[in-house]
Ligand binder design. Sequence first.
Ligand code: IPD
Length: 269
Amino acid sequence: TDIELQNRLLAACAIAREAGGMAQRNFRDRPPGKPLSLKGAHDYLTETDAEVERLIRARLAAAFPADSFFGEEAGGEFGRNVWVVDPIDGTSNFARGIPHYCISIAFVSDGRTEIGVIYAPVTDELYAARRGRGATRDGRAITVSGETNIAHATVELGWSTRLPSENYADALLRLKQAGASVRRAGSGALALAYVADGRVDAYCELHINSWDALAGLLLIEEAGGWANDFLSGDALRSGNPVLGCTPALKDVLVQATGISPGLSATAAA
Ligand code: IPD
């Protein structure tokens, strides 16, 4: 119901702030040279990821005991109401002392993202969206940039070691040839929030996990942007391509990245 969703949104905002406070204390106090564990080459798991995820999980379980939990670090089984959480997105930035990372919390009900919250501790900015109710930064409404021309657009392209490098090289080349300014700042979730806020015009990545993408994609849709239908197939567990942008840039970005329009078509357009 409406009240249940509103309670979840308020709880997610409070929990994201608390979790961000914990992350930021660890970010500041981390002794230089402290060893980090690697999940794989360039795939970090800091002690903070696990600690922050435990905090978020405990808070959500206490407030909504019937909901399931699916996190980057812990995994999990889930029912029709599930919280999808990235305790720290931008872990490699975090691990290297680069102040660009965030906490991402999404609530999915019957296969649809209903709530998305992203908190950036370094700048103390809280992004929040509820389906059908708009998107906000620190309580004020936000909208996508309205950019229509790819040659004037700033696009973030993310990549990982999960797909062959050639795929990303092709996408990068086509975006550059189209005249876009292309960057990679290292946090997919925060990049999606920045698209919603009009700070960049698009985010694309050929494979990303659900915990990185869901909150940010809802923010983009609720900020008047276009987002691909990320949750098709088994994306909750295994990820999918992600594309979020201003409505006018959709066609040219589908073309340049090769992200299938079949995975698309939820919002505005
Ligand atoms: C990663 C970041 C990165 C993206 C990768 C993700 P993590 O998540 O979002 O920007 O390109 O695909 O795996 O490991 O920092 O939570």
